[in-house]
Design a protein around this ligand. Structure first.
Ligand SMILES: O=C(O)CCC(=O)C(=O)O
Length: 298
């Protein structure tokens, strides 16, 4: 990984804003050349996946890293990835990816429905705490202009990530109090705490909306899609392999240096993040106590 990315580390102000709002906008996350490469990927996938049944409707395709080298590059992209490790630490991987194309409503008779949610579905029903734990975040890379509010913008309720319940109208049209559209130019990214209540929205503009979402989580959270990436491993750097899921099952809980090359890289470049826990004091046993022991305890 090129150390130049260190200039994009999460600042104290960005951390405070992310903790307060539950999301963070990264302006100019993508340059023109990367936007063009990624649009080419979205267009290619869309051309392949469009059919008579889904024509004119939202197209959302998961498991898209293997679609192009540009997608692999995006996973450790210089302007965004340092902020991911700044929030989650080093024991992380990519657990989900999707690309979306929202056609204009002019092109369709789709009966659009806004659907307010926190991410991760059953996690929110089955985990006990209040507020729920963060566990993961995702980054939306906006490839088309969304400075106006009618382009199929992501809707968010700032600060709602600490609320397990939110009065969300489920009429498919209206939004909860405090909801706002994310209005950003092409090339911007949004880092979204998975707990922040959000929704897609209708695109009544004259242009289709194109966005790529990458989800990062702790390595012990199971991937949400097929993650068909193992065939890429030989051409990847060690950190890219970590991010794309290499490593045996228990290494997610008890990682050794070879399982998490990001930790060693951070120890050399961003030492404050390379410690035991992203939240301060570490409560896990040191690796020497756990690896190869015969106690049967896990
Ligand atoms: O595409 C968007 O604006 C939001 C996507 C979304 O709600 C999701 O991926 O959970």
């Amino acid at each position: 990984m090129n150390p130049d990315c260190l200039q994009h580390r999460l600042t104290a102000d960005e951390r405070a804003a992310f903790n307060k709002d539950g999301f963070l906008i990264v302006e100019d996350a993508l340059d023109e050349s990367m936007i063009a490469r990624l649009i080419e990927v979205v267009d290619r996938v869309e051309a392949r996946q469009r059919n008579d049944e889904n024509r004119g409707r939202l197209l959302s395709v998961t498991n898209v890293i293997q679609e192009d080298d540009a997608m692999v590059e995006l996973v450790s992209w210089a302007t965004t990835f340092p902020k991911v490790w700044g929030i989650l630490g080093w024991n992380i991987h990519l657990y989900h990816s999707h690309l979306d194309c929202t056609p204009t409503e002019n092109a369709t008779a789709q009966n659009w429905s806004v659907a307010w949610h926190q991410d991760s579905m059953r996690v929110n029903d089955e985990i006990e705490s209040d507020p729920r734990p963060r566990l993961s975040l995702k980054i939306g890379f906006y490839l088309t202009d969304l400075t106006e509010p009618n382009g199929g913008n992501t809707l968010v309720v700032p600060g709602s990530h600490l609320q397990n319940r939110l009065e969300c109208p489920q009429d498919g049209q209206s939004s909860p109090d405090g909801a706002e559209p994310v209005r950003v130019p092409a090339g911007s990214a949004m880092i979204l705490d998975r707990r922040t209540w959000h929704s897609r929205s209708a695109n009544t503009s004259s242009k289709p909306r194109k966005v790529i979402w990458l989800g990062y989580s702790y390595r012990w959270l199971r991937p949400k899609d097929e993650m068909t990436v193992e065939h890429l491993y030989p051409q990847l750097s060690p950190i890219e392999r970590q991010l794309l899921g290499a490593g045996l099952a228990n290494s997610a809980y008890d990682p050794q240096d070879e399982d998490v090359p990001l930790r060693a890289w951070l120890a050399n470049h961003d030492a404050a993040v390379a410690g035991g826990s992203p939240h301060g004091e570490s409560h896990s046993r040191p690796p020497s106590m756990t690896r190869g022991n015969n106690t049967g305890r896990v």
